[in-house]
Ligand binder design. Structure first.
Ligand code: AHG
Ligand code: MN
Ligand code: MN
Length: 336
């Protein structure tokens, strides 16, 4: 086979399915439909500067953040595509208080639930900086013949069957894993297809940058301040975009560490375990990286208690996460 031949996302996921005995194609269909939603959101993100869709909607989401119009648009499109897919029985979104049951198609019971952050980094939209979409897929635990329940969503990250993100940047890239490595697909706008561009992504063991909102430095715990001082001592550069997808995307390719520790405003961290931390942790671990919280627990092992639960996070290159862990162990007994 010609190795230069273009491999589209659809072709890739079907090929992957064929490698697993017993695969029925349902997950394949679901991933394909998420790819379609990503293209629709991408079109709108790109048009955002032209049409009157910009600006604050004037409401706050479940987690108290200001919601912008494009968040709602992305949210609606994802729900629509998942509804039409017929493979997803219920969804949960960062923008919606409770999970939503989706009607089945032709009485066929759907096996999966999908959780997503429809637009990550939404404060960046008005200023033309990269934003993203994050998704996480679980097999439902409840009886397929009845309605789904909260237990279908409150599973540990280890139980994810797939997770991914889309970054709407200088180009639009979809990165996903089903637990067999991580692959990236770049949208070719001329043919409207995601094409395989980054095969078997491996995160570097360390990188030249650390990524944290250093404006909150004085609000961090002592051990975190010590670790940040250490990064500065090592002459590491600081990069912080304000969109976790964009920051983690850079780290996946160039190495580094992303931190959202506890602050006075967000003692349990700001980021959502189910919509942000778990899917990104699954991807980063699959690429050889690590993700822990500030109690040094592996993100993927945290037992979620509620849909909108927050978590602190340190995620990225394995050696850097280990080093941060050592700082926390050394300084956390000392009071600031
Ligand atoms: P969202 O736009 O989905 O609410 O997520 C924004 C998140 C995350 O992407 C980013 O890293 C972080 O919030 C930035 O928060 P600060 O402005 O507090 O640093
Ligand atoms: Mn987000
Ligand atoms: Mn969001």
């Amino acid at each position: 086979m010609d190795i230069n031949r273009i491999i589209t996302l659809d072709e890739f996921i079907i090929r992957q399915q064929n490698e697993f005995a017993g695969a029925t194609g349902e997950l394949t269909g679901l991933l394909r439909d998420i790819g379609v939603a990503a293209k629709i959101v991408n079109r709108e993100v790109n048009r955002a500067g032209l049409v009157n869709i910009l600006g604050i909607e004037g409401t706050e989401n479940q987690s108290g953040d200001v919601v912008q119009k494009l968040d709602l648009y992305a949210n609606e499109k994802l729900i629509e595509c998942l509804k039409n897919s017929g493979e997803c029985c219920a969804i949960a979104s960062e923008e919606i208080e409770n999970f939503i049951e989706l009607p089945g198609i032709h009485d066929k019971p759907a096996k999966y639930v999908v959780l997503f952050d429809p637009l990550d980094g939404s404060s960046n939209i008005d200023v033309n900086v990269s934003v993203g979409t994050i998704f996480s897929i679980f097999r439902r635990k409840s009886d397929f013949t009845g309605p789904s329940n909260i237990g279908d969503f409150l599973q540990t990250g280890l139980e994810q069957v797939a997770a991914g993100y889309v970054i709407y940047g200088t180009s639009t890239i979809l990165v996903y894993t089903t637990g067999h490595g991580v692959n990236g697909f770049t949208l070719d706008p001329s043919i409207g297809e995601f094409c395989l561009s980054h095969r078997n992504i491996q995160i570097p063991k360390r990188g030249q940058y650390y990524s944290v909102n250093q404006g909150y430095y004085l609000k961090f715990d002592l051990e975190m301040r010590r670790y940040i001082d250490h990064c500065s001592d090592l002459n590491l550069g600081l990069r912080y975009i304000g969109s976790m997808v964009s920051d983690v995307h850079r780290i996946l390719f160039q190495g580094g560490i992303f931190l959202y520790p506890s602050t006075r405003k967000y003692p349990n961290g700001k980021l959502r375990l189910l919509y942000e931390c778990n899917p990104m942790a699954f991807i980063v671990e699959q690429a050889g990286g690590k993700a822990i919280n500030n109690h040094l627990n592996r993100i993927l092992e945290i037992d979620p208690k509620e849909l909108h639960q927050r978590s602190t996070i340190a995620i990225g290159s394995p050696d850097m996460v280990d080093e941060m862990k050592a700082f926390v162990e050394r300084y956390s007994a000392v009071t600031s």
